[in-house]
Design a protein around this ligand. Sequence first.
Ligand code: C2E
Ligand code: MG
Ligand code: MG
Length: 723
Amino acid sequence: MMLPASLPSLPQALDVSDCAIVITDEERRIVYANTGFERLFGYPLREVLGHRPRDLLLSQPFARDTLSHIEEQLAREGHFTGEALCYHRNGDPIWVSLVGNIHPAPEPGKPNPQGCAVVTLTDLTPTKHHEALQNRVLEAMVQEMCLPQLMALVCEEVERLAPDVIASVLRVDADGRLHALAAPSLPPAPCQVVEGRPIGPCAGSCGTAAYLGEPVVVTDIATDPLWRDYHAPFIAAGIRACWSSPIKNHAAEVVGTFAFYFREARGPSNLHRRLVEICLHLCTLAMARDTAQNRIHQLAYYDTLTQLPNRTLFTDFAQCTLATLRESASPQAALLFIDLDRFKQVNDSQGHAAGDALLCAIADRLRAHLGPDDIAGRLSSDEFVLLLSGASGDQAIAMVQRLFDSIARPFVHEGMQHLPRASIGIALYPEDGADIAALLSHADQAMYAAKKQPSTHWCRFRPELGVLAQERMAMERDLRQAIARQQLHLHFQPQVLAQATHRLHGVEALARWNHPQWGAVSPARFIAVAEEAGLIQALTQWLLDAACAQMARWRAARLPLPQLAINLSARNFHDPQLADQVGAALARHGLQPRDLMLEITESVMMDASAATTANLHALGMQLSLDDFGTGYSSLSHLHRLPISELKLDRSFVRDLQSSRAATALTRSVLSIARSLDMKVVAEGVETREQCEWLQSHDCAVMQGYLFCRPVAAAQLEEWLAAQ
Ligand code: C2E
Ligand code: MG
Ligand code: MG
């Protein structure tokens, strides 16, 4: 074959190649090296002739195994193809692909270690590490390896590629403290020194790198001031230098550190730098994946607002706890079902941000009481549960008292103070339920009963509660129907002026429900059911219409009836439509605002939405404070709503003759009302004595059986005619 004259000579061509090419004599001493060899390994050509490649490139102790492997194969087969870690003249490791051939080639089956060798070395360093590391780690990630294992894998892989380093990965927690994630080749003593240490400007290589957000190279930890407090156990473990780089998440926040430790005082090589670059990328990826997985777990199993376990996780935990308890010497536990009272009011009147803040505060207060084996959870908006592992009935009750104390601490949100309160149901394991489902259901029923025990606010499960719960459900169902079919009706009770003539002040409308099986159901009961079941709006709509219709009939008949009082429930005041509803009912029946008196309870005064009351006031409605003296409001709240009338609760009137406290309280209510320019209506006046006492103490209006029981409209007309 004829070659063109412009082609380079053979030695020129070999020099152009990026590969290092060497030819050795039979004793493996270099007789030729191209300039690629000088470029790759840093040895000037004149220095290499007569030397053996193994002494130049594979002199490090880590290379001994590689070397014997190559020599064995060359001798046996006359050629070698593989990868090897060689060293640059300056000591930097370089991964090469190595192809060696003996010339002349040995005959098959006849080993010939003699002959010259032609060796070609190609630099693999950049691609090799990248690929090997990345492939292994990504594969492990796909197989859902957990973070510490994954980080250990990164360390091991990188130590394989750079046998002169020990790698470690630390995590930085939210409080800026270091925690070992992986350091498979680091002895335990230095690892322990680092655990839990805060990052800072002078906290070893890792703590400082995490603090500064920049790599920190310490070439001699024995003398470097950054290592002053840390170096002893590291030196004892044979470590002299450390180069640490921060691992940052996508928001550029430091979430960990990746470090190379060296056994001698030195800095990183180019290979080290390339490896760290790759590892940092992998660590970021792995940690981001871990954060995402934790977040998914958190979302699936924890309540996002309070960070307490949700129903699913609580149930899982509780099941495990009960399983452990069953095996234990004293298998007992208590499930507390905690429901906030008046939570909806906070939400409605102060806004959802306030409601959320209150729930978080309550969650924190509950958490503070947990023992190491106890579990808390949030089941729904204002329902929390605690499982007290190992608790007896008495211990559960003692805990309930402590919980009440801490729940009741004032809660302030944007300047508004709220006094939280809760009702708690208790179910004991194993007496009240053998599994968590039974315990939850029974504690819920007990909580429900606790809501009706205003003095204690807690209740332990009793089997009858299950029956009561069923009855309540039946009542709810029938009441819903009765309201829809307009099967409720009204009774009316006169309110008379205290003057001797007992002229009429007004009439109070009271709802009545005759159930086909149960007979007359007390309004105190069915109103409560309506409130809980969300039926109160419909009931009030009916009430407004029925009461206004009756009043309009009496007006048309020219009955001398100054005003009709109707009772509103606290829940009505959370309905932004209330004022419109009242206005529309008045208009429909041609009535004026002064024809109606709205009776509200003290809880309304405490939590009513300001907008609703302002709207009612703007409409010209008058408000009367019902059952005054029984609630928990203080007199100081009286000015918050435009109230024109106080209804002294019948319990005071009942005790007027027997209790000095009742007498004293009644006196002060009368005097306060006078000073605030409000009328007092005394409820439940049954005897002449009560009537006379009230008259002599300037009570303006009285209502009670003494004058007339609540009666149907026709009977009230008869009563009026008889007057
Ligand atoms: P309240 O508004 O304080 O009504 C007065 C209650 O005292 C009525 O009971 C009445 O029958 C009773 N009463 C009147 N005079 C006497 C007396 O001399 N002695 C005694 N011992 N009791 C007397 P009732 O009708 O059972 O109503 C109970 C509560 O149910 C009411 O208390 C009110 O809070 C609520 N309620 C009744 N009707 C309605 C309604 O239409 N809507 C709403 N939201 N609540 C209602
Ligand atoms: Mg009333
Ligand atoms: Mg009352």
